[in-house]
Ligand binder design. Structure first.
Ligand code: ADP
Length: 181
């Protein structure tokens, strides 16, 4: 599925984030920036040791990456030139600032892409794996931030939501239709 907001193409596809040829892909990292499971593990495996080396440098200079924040590194051996590492919130029932932190994770990743002049970016479904954020709720936040950013900036040229299963893809498309009405 593909939609146009302002000058930005917003796409929803089923796929593997590590295979995307956008200028940046987003990693659902943890605060340590030193790797983990899920998307994080897949990105470091596919991208090679340069990514971890760059993350270690950031750790040494800036410390932890707190929930809602984002940092950028090389994409190493990935098709994408850059990885934007962001940390989503761990779901703790929804009354611990989770919606704001998840919004910030998407917004700060998009802002970092803009600051670096990147034309295209791919996102996974942040926080909905190990961090247990309910998918329907997370999808509404993701599409809300993405469409607002596109409407306000007209950039990047392409924002791709990359879902790992058909079921997740349907959840994100349904969320898009809900906010687009
Ligand atoms: P978090 O810790 O933020 O919850 P996870 O990596 O555990 O992040 O999961 C986030 C989502 O990414 C889940 O929906 C999971 O199915 C999906 N996912 C896992 N591997 C990949 C991949 N290679 N490409 C795209 N999505 C993936």
């Amino acid at each position: 599925m593909e939609y146009l907001v302002n000058q930005t193409r917003i796409m929803f596809i089923r796929g593997d984030i590590t295979a995307q040829d956008t200028e940046a892909i987003v990693n659902a990292a943890n605060s340590s920036l030193l790797g983990g499971g899920g998307v994080d593990g897949a990105i470091h495996r596919a991208g090679g040791p340069q990514i971890l080396a760059a993350c270690k440098k950031i750790r040494a200079t800036k410390g932890l990456c707190h929930p809602g924040e984002a940092v950028i590194t090389t994409g190493g051996n990935l098709p994408a030139d850059h990885v934007i590492h962001t940390v989503g919130p761990i779901w703790r029932g929804g009354n611990h600032g989770e919606p704001d932190l998840l919004s910030s994770a998407y917004r700060n990743s998009l802002a970092l892409a803009r600051e670096n002049g990147l034309r295209s970016i791919s996102f996974p479904s942040i926080s909905t794996g190990a961090y247990r954020y309910p998918k329907e709720k997370a999808a509404l936040i993701a599409v809300g931030v993405i469409s607002a950013f596109a409407a306000a900036n007209g950039k990047p040229e392409e924002i791709r939501m990359v879902l790992f299963s058909d079921q997740d893809l349907q959840v994100y498309i349904a969320a898009w239709k809900k906010i687009a009405l």
